[in-house]
Design a protein around this ligand. Sequence first.
Ligand SMILES: NC(=O)c1ccc[n+]([C@@H]2O[C@H](COP(=O)([O-])OP(=O)(O)OC[C@H]3O[C@@H](n4cnc5c(N)ncnc54)[C@H](OP(=O)(O)O)[C@@H]3O)[C@@H](O)[C@H]2O)c1
Length: 316
Amino acid sequence: MKALVIEKFGGTEVMEWKEISKPMPQAGEIQIQVEYAGVNPVDWKIREGLVKHMFPCHFPLILGWDAAGTVSAIGEGVEGVTVGDRMMAYCKKKVVQWGSFAEYVCMEAQHCCLIPSKLNTAQAAAIPLVALTAWQALFDFAKVKAGDQVLIHAGAGGVGVFAVQLAKWAGATVYSTASSQNHAFVENLGADEVIDYNFVDVGEKIKERAPGGLDFVFDCAGGTAHAQAYDILKPGGALVSIVEPIKKELALEKELRACCLVVRPNGEQLQKVLDLIESGKIQAAPIEEIPIDQIVKAFDQSKKGHTKGKIVLKIT
Ligand SMILES: NC(=O)c1ccc[n+]([C@@H]2O[C@H](COP(=O)([O-])OP(=O)(O)OC[C@H]3O[C@@H](n4cnc5c(N)ncnc54)[C@H](OP(=O)(O)O)[C@@H]3O)[C@@H](O)[C@H]2O)c1
C-alpha cells in the first residue's frame, strides 16, 4: 500500500508518500481502506518529535490518527462488522507507528463506529479525535451539567466545535474565545457569548460576567488562556488543559479539580457523539478537503493555528 511515512523526526522534508507493507488486522481488529483522514495538530507535532516524550514512536512511522473509509478485512473474533461497512475511528495505539495517512489502517473494532447515514466519509474523518477529546474533558473529568457556567477556549477549532456544542447540549451557559471573523460561527454552535481574545482581556471579561467564578474552563489554547484559568474558576471548579501541564500548587491553593488530558480511543463515547449528530442535536464540523499530495499545505495551514473546523486529507 501507499502511506505517508517518516523515517526520522523533522520538518516537511522527512515525509514521503511511498510503498510500505499493508498492516493486517490482529485478533479483535478491523482493517479500514482509508478514504479520508482527519488532520490534527498532533500529527505535525509527532513528525517534529515535539511529543516523543508522551508517545513512544517506532520508525518507519505512518502519521495520522483519524480515519474514515470502508472495512476491507476483519480480524479473528470480531463480530457484527462486514467487509464493505463504512467505518470511522480514532486510530491511536500504544506505540505510534501504523497511522491513518495510508491506504489501509487497522484498529481495534471496539473503538470503530459505523459512519451515520447523515455524514459523508470526509465529514466522518473530521470527528473522532476532537469529539472524544471534548467528551472526555467535559463529561469524564469536569462533569459539566445543566446550569454550569463554562469557558471553552478556541471555539472555532477542531476540539472547540464539539466542546461548545456538547456543553450547550448539556445545558451549560457557554462562553468561548475566537477571532472576530469566527464569532457568528461559534455563536451558531451555541455559545452564549464569544470573546475576541486578540483584543479583549478574557479574564477580566469573564469576571464581569461570572463574578462568582466559573464551573469549568477548557484550555485548548495555552499561554494566557491557561494562566488566567486559575483566577476565573470558583472553588471546586474544573480546569482541563489539553495543551499545557497543570500548575498543581496553584490548583490546590485555589481548590480546583484540574488535569492535563490526553484523549483515549473510546468507541462507546464516539457512538454517543454520532447519535447526537444523527438526531440533529449537534452538527459535524465544517471541513476543508485537501488531497494527500498537498500534505505540506495541510500541515502548514494547521500549524498557523487558525483552522476553522477541520482539515481532512483525501487519501484514496
Ligand atoms: N491532549 C490531547 O489529547 C489533545 C487532543 C486534541 C487537541 N489537542 C491540542 O489542543 C490544541 C487545539 O486542538 P484543535 O484540534 O482544536 O486545534 P485547531 O483546530 O488547530 O485550533 C484552531 C483554533 O485555535 C484558535 N486559537 C488559536 N490561538 C488561540 C488563542 N490564543 N486563544 C483562543 N483561541 C485560539 C483559533 O481561533 P481563531 O482562528 O478564531 O483565532 C482556531 O479556530 C492543539 O494544540 C492540539 O494539539 C490536544
